[in-house]
Design a protein around this ligand. Structure first.
Ligand SMILES: Nc1ncnc2c1ncn2[C@@H]1O[C@H](COP(=O)(O)OP(=O)(O)OP(=O)(O)O)[C@@H](O)[C@H]1O
Ligand SMILES: O=P(O)(O)OC[C@H]1O[C@H](OP(=O)(O)OP(=O)(O)O)[C@H](O)[C@@H]1O
Ligand SMILES: [Mg+2]
Length: 279
């Protein structure tokens, strides 16, 4: 059985479970269960704190896991990233009271609160800055107001937590993070199937199918607007002067592509969802 670590709580947990479900795996029914065996798919799931997943997978105790890139890099794990899963996107930034810091070098000798000391230490060392790290478990943004730190280094998504705490980001981006699949040995039996299934879910989320009819004389121009992944499928229509085309289009571009195809002369442009895919 392939032994898979998945987040039991926090920002990564719900989407991880949803992606695995979409990929055809079954999972725990009780949110307090820490282990579930999906015998039909030959996979065992271990529900763990996201921060600990790099440790379990890096030690080889578990074969593969889902965690955040920031958590992986904060750990001293031997696991490496084998795929981006494109959710829980965030940036990791320094922030301080408004109009106080403008440059990283101003952190020299200052107290910086964070839950990611490994990540921050490495970044500051590479910039030649020595600061005193204050290790906190969470709600790091409150550390400045409460007087235990001069600045923070934390996960930023919308920025609203920082704003509410009266903080402003400064200095370079420490890291762009996203959910990732990690392993110490990607050649382990079963990982490639899991990866292909998860990639199928990503394709289904990120692409739509577009069908349209176009005069045969405009086919080449239409294929330039929407070239698809390999090449569009072209089928004859009863009217020999027209053809039907089917092509995959990035979901985010679908309206723009429909407008361009319509302006070009395509008609009956239809968009439908992809439920599963293997590319
Ligand atoms: N607001 C957010 N938006 C997007 N991603 C986030 C957000 N907060 C945390 N993450 C990401 O989730 C992962 C953190 O896992 P963690 O368990 O700390 O989640 P959490 O949501 O902060 O949970 P907790 O409730 O324990 O604080 C990291 O990869 C981090 O970048
Ligand atoms: O930029 P925003 O959209 O406001 O999101 C960022 C905040 O979300 C996370 O906090 P979480 O809710 O996980 O609490 P925590 O600080 O206790 O981990 C993260 O640690 C930031 O504090
Ligand atoms: Mg958190």
């Amino acid at each position: 059985m392939l032994r898979v670590a998945i987040p039991n709580k926090g920002s990564l947990a719900e989407t991880s479970a949803e992606m695995l479900y979409e990929a055809g795996y079954s999972g725990r029914r009780d949110p307090r269960d820490l282990h579930y065996a999906d015998d039909r798919n030959g996979v065992e799931f271990f529900y763990l704190r996201p921060r600990d997943i790099a440790t379990y997978v890096g030690s080889g105790a578990l074969d593969v896991g889902i965690t955040g890139r920031d958590l992986l890099l904060d750990s001293h794990s031997e696991a490496t990233e084998i795929a981006e899963l494109s959710f829980a996107d965030s940036t990791f930034r320094f922030a301080g009271p408004a109009n106080t810091f403008s440059d990283l070098s101003q952190l020299q000798g200052k107290r910086v609160a964070t839950s990611y000391p490994g990540l921050v230490e490495k970044f500051l060392a590479s910039a030649g800055v020595t600061a005193n790290l204050v290790m906190l478990d969470g709600a790091v943004e409150s550390a400045v107001r409460l007087g235990v730190a001069d600045a923070v280094a934390d996960v930023v998504s919308t920025g609203s937590t920082l704003r509410q705490a009266g903080l402003e980001i400064f200095g370079p981006i420490i890291l762009q993070s996203t959910a990732v699949l990690i392993s110490r040995d990607p050649s382990i039996d079963g990982i490639s199937t899991l990866l292909r299934r998860l990639q199928g879910v990503l394709v289904a989320k990120q692409y739509v199918l577009m069908d349209y009819d176009v005069p045969a004389t405009l086919l080449e121009a239409a294929c330039l607007v929407a070239p698809g992944i390999e090449s569009p499928t072209v089928s004859p229509l009863h009217d020999p002067e027209w053809v039907a085309v089917r092509v995959m289009v990035p979901r985010a571009d679908r309206n723009d592509v429909m407008d361009k195809l319509y302006d070009l002369g395509a008609r009956a442009i239809l968009v439908s969802a992809i439920h599963a895919a293997r590319l």
